[in-house]
Design a binder for this molecule. Structure first.
Ligand code: DUC
Ligand code: ZN
Ligand code: ZN
Length: 476
């Protein structure tokens, strides 16, 4: 099957060009000067008119949690529902986190994740490995990850008794990662101190969702980020801090980068648009002040007044932050978030955004926050380079996988579960209800297969393939 995408503006991280894009089978085979008569007529099986629209590489969401067991429940999107929502929103690859729980073997956790995902994904998928218990056995198991195409792993400085690693464990894991070339991803919050603060708040009757963010104070994020940077410096292991929300933590990353360290930072749409003030003000007829549970995530939302949101946008502009992933970790209000109705500590942490990242970042272009090319760099090219997919993914060029989105800058997207709005994630609410986007994902193509067109989903759950990833392409 050949597809000709005609008349559009191709946007790569390097700039824009007016070009038609020719797809043959699963690959892009040519970029053609528009109307180049010397080429003669091109008789493609399918022609997509992209006049006045952007033709961009498919989004890569490098931080998702389908079916993650968490807080006595599990994330509500399956690999099928989550990747279908991804396709609706212009994301054609995800990297999910395979989980090694405490007491489980890394190999068994990984095998389980393959079982969950295989045959169920509408778009391509790769894995990072959560190492939930660093010991002799798991350190040994890390040695197989690169061969398995899993070139990054995550540790937690938060959640004592669940995923938590202490400094000695982190040091040992980083030494091993350095030896193997693995990228260390870090949940950087001081979990033991947070748990004390959270208990004190709850015991004094401060049990509403808002206090989740008060307990997880920015000092806890700054301190842990600094500690992770120092351990990475000591071991010479490259470090990637996930889901950053505190401006002081970003300053730590900027400081390390200015010293030439291989330290990278990721933020998420919720830290660009949603605030602690919004969470405090959220009171509904249905949920009262428990409405705020919709925005309980970790790291938490931060104060807009204190400048955290602006600092995230600034970090993206200055490249102190390199990545925007969703940390897609959806939970319904009913039967899930409500586990913490009487105590914020029991609210499962997470927000669902996989469908909206491409749009929400595009709104940053419209609002003058980032450039068009930076948008593409953030939604696709940098995740590809960071996680060993670039060339195959992350760029519109001959030889690359035909993962392509036709994006209409004159279109409009209303987000939410309300009438006429867009929401395909398996959740009973949207954390983004009422957000309006001055743009629209018109067509999503994955490896030459049209998944979304004319407001219809044409994909299948078995289309997505496992992505064996190379080492990060961000290091010299
Ligand atoms: N960290 C994540 O990365 N995702 C969900 C919850 C968490 O704390
Ligand atoms: Zn985390
Ligand atoms: Zn996460």
């Amino acid at each position: 099957m050949t597809i000709l995408i005609k008349g559009g503006t191709v946007v790569n991280a390097t700039g824009t060009v007016e070009a038609d894009v020719l797809v043959d089978g699963e690959r892009i085979v040519a970029l053609l000067a528009p109307g180049d008569a010397a080429l003669g007529p091109i008789n493609a099986d399918k022609v997509i008119d992209a006049t006045g629209k952007y033709v961009i590489p498919g989004g890569i969401d490098a931080h998702t949690h389908m079916q993650l067991p968490f807080g006595g429940t599990q994330a509500s999107d399956t690999f099928e529902t989550g990747t279908t929502a991804a396709a609706w929103g212009g994301t054609t690859s995800i990297i999910d986190f395979a989980v090694q729980k405490y007491g489980e073997r890394v190999e068994d956790g990984l095998a389980h994740w393959h079982e969950l995902a295989a045959g169920n994904c509408a778009v391509d998928y790769g894995f990072h490995q959560i190492v939930g218990g660093v010991d002799e056995e798991s350190l040994k198991a890390m040695e197989n990850l690169v061969d398995e195409g899993i070139t990054s792993y995550k540790l937690f400085m938060a959640y004592p008794g669940v995923f938590y690693s202490d400094d000695a464990q982190i040091l040992r894991a980083m030494q091993k990662a350095r030896e193997l070339g693995l990228l260390t991803m870090m949940h950087a919050e001081n979990g033991p101190a947070i748990d004390v603060l959270a208990a004190q708040l709850a015991e004094s009757g401060k049990t509403a969702p808002y206090y989740h963010g008060i307990a997880r104070a920015w000092q806890m994020e700054e301190e842990a980020t600094h500690r992770a940077i120092m351990l990475s410096d000591l071991t010479d292991a490259p470090l990637y801090i996930v889901h950053m929300s505190a401006k002081q933590a970003v300053e730590q990353v900027a400081w390390a980068r200015d010293k030439g360290k291989n330290v990278f930072g990721e933020t998420c749409p919720q830290y660009l648009y949603l605030s602690l003030e919004k969470q405090l003000a959220a009171i509904s007829e249905e949920w009262g002040d428990f409405e705020g549970a919709k925005w309980v995530c970790s790291t938490p939302l931060r104060s807009e007044e204190e400048g955290h949101l602006d600092a995230m946008w600034q970090g993206l502009r200055t490249n102190d932050l390199q990545m925007v992933s969703t940390d897609h970790c959806p939970f319904c209000m009913k039967d899930q978030k409500t586990l913490g109705k009487d105590d914020f500590r029991a609210i499962p942490n997470g927000i669902g955004s996989i469908e909206h990242r491409v749009d929400l970042l595009y709104q940053g272009v419209v609002d003058g926050r980032i450039s068009l090319s930076r948008w593409v760099e953030l939604i696709s090219t940098t995740p590809a380079r960071m996680f060993g997919l670039y060339g195959r993914k992350g760029v519109i060029q001959p030889g690359a996988d035909a993962d392509i989105v036709v994006y209409d800058p004159r279109g409009h997207t209303s987000i939410g579960i309300g009438e006429g709005r867009s929401h395909h994630m398996n959740m009973d609410h949207s954390a983004w209800e009422g957000f309006e986007i001055d743009g629209h994902v018109d067509v999503t193509i994955s490896r030459g297969t049209v998944l979304v067109e004319d407001g219809q989903f044409h994909g299948t759950k078995g289309h997505g393939r496992f992505l064996k990833r190379d080492l990060t392409q961000y290091l010299v």
